[in-house]
Design a binder for this molecule. Structure first.
Ligand code: C2E
Ligand code: MG
Ligand code: MG
Ligand code: MG
Length: 282
């Protein structure tokens, strides 16, 4: 009876599970190939605005994967596969190398933000890796921002704390990404010296901007961040109404499709020739 059930389940579930697993394997192979051949993986850059959204102050580097047929695969799908397979350690180093090469040519006051995975803190020698890549690119550490998420903090031990401190000691800044989506957002904030909080765009989705209560919650988060000496970035800004409310509440920086989508390195460089930006050259 149990056997029959098992078989029935297998028939019911195996095709779907099989294809999901096949896809994972295919993506993992794609990532390996991409690293080996230096093609398929590339980086896009999304502008981040400051000064009441009047000027570009930096860009966030966002990793992209394209299959040989040219189909884009979302980071939401390939990053977890890279993490599970351990490939994220190599991919993270590849990304930082590319990003620093690109950002080196920007006006000197612009920063670049790079996302890090918790796996890089566990399995990779993240501190040395960052130090080596900065040195190799002769890149000012003060212009590099590393984005980490709550998952890193939640699993965290003294080791993670030490690694973050070592990165900060180099002059690199640390941003807490996707803030507000996790479970214990507030409990640990005071234990870590983040330079910046990036409020998750979930906060901007489906809220009633006319609601006083909603504005109070956002204001309180901003105040909390300010009291802890952090800069605040709003991500996922899509409408002028959101932007004006967030600016009024006191956010320092703004990122979202309203202001600029992720774009190629060339497009980012071109944008800097036309858009106002920090310490505009000339
Ligand atoms: P994230 O770090 O929170 O990056 C912001 C994501 O929001 C990006 O998605 C960006 O394209 C998207 N976004 C920006 N503005 C808007 C907006 O106005 N509306 C909407 N709907 N979306 C907006 P993307 O590029 O798909 O990246 C997803 C996630 O993948 C990132 O979230 C990050 O967690 C991860 N990721 C991307 N690149 C890397 C990387 O190099 N390393 C690691 N470890 N993770 C990465
Ligand atoms: Mg990010
Ligand atoms: Mg984010
Ligand atoms: Mg996010």
């Amino acid at each position: 009876q149990a056997k029959a059930n098992g078989r029935a389940q297998l028939v019911m579930y195996s095709p779907e599970m099989g294809s999901a697993q096949d896809r994972r394997r295919a993506i993992e192979a794609m990532l390996r190939d991409a690293l080996a051949s230096d093609s398929g993986l590339f980086v896009e850059y999304q502008p981040i605005f400051g000064n009441k959204a009047a000027e570009i102050v930096g860009f966030e580097a966002l990793l992209r994967l394209r299959s040989q047929r040219g189909n884009p695969i979302s980071p939401a799908e390939f990053i977890p596969i890279a993490e599970d397979s351990g490939l994220i350690v190599q991919i993270g180093e590849w990304t930082l190398t590319k990003v620093l090469k690109t950002a080196r040519d920007w006006p000197e006051d612009l920063f670049v933000a790079v996302n890090l995975s918790a796996v890089q803190f566990k399995d990779g020698n993240i501190v040395e890796m960052v130090r080596d890549r900065l040195f190799e690119a002769a890149f000012d550490p003060a212009r590099l921002e590393l984005e980490v998420t709550e998952s890193l903090i939640l699993e965290s031990d003294e080791d993670v704390k030490e690694q973050l401190a070592a990165l900060k000691a180099m002059g690199v800044s640390i941003a807490l990404d996707d803030f507000g989506t996790g479970y214990s957002s507030l409990g640990y904030l005071w234990k870590y010296q983040f330079d910046k909080l990036k409020l998750d765009r979930a906060f901007l989705e489906g809220f009633n901007f006319a609601s006083d209560k909603y504005r109070q919650v956002i204001s309180t988060i901003v105040e909390l961040g300010q009291n802890l000496g952090m800069e605040l970035t709003a991500e996922g800004v899509e409408t002028p109404q959101q932007l004006s409310m967030l600016a009024e509440i006191g956010f320092d920086q703004f990122q979202g499709f309203l202001l600029g989508r992720p774009m190629s390195a060339d497009a980012a460089a071109a944008l800097l020739t036309t858009e106002p930006h920090r310490k505009a050259a000339g």
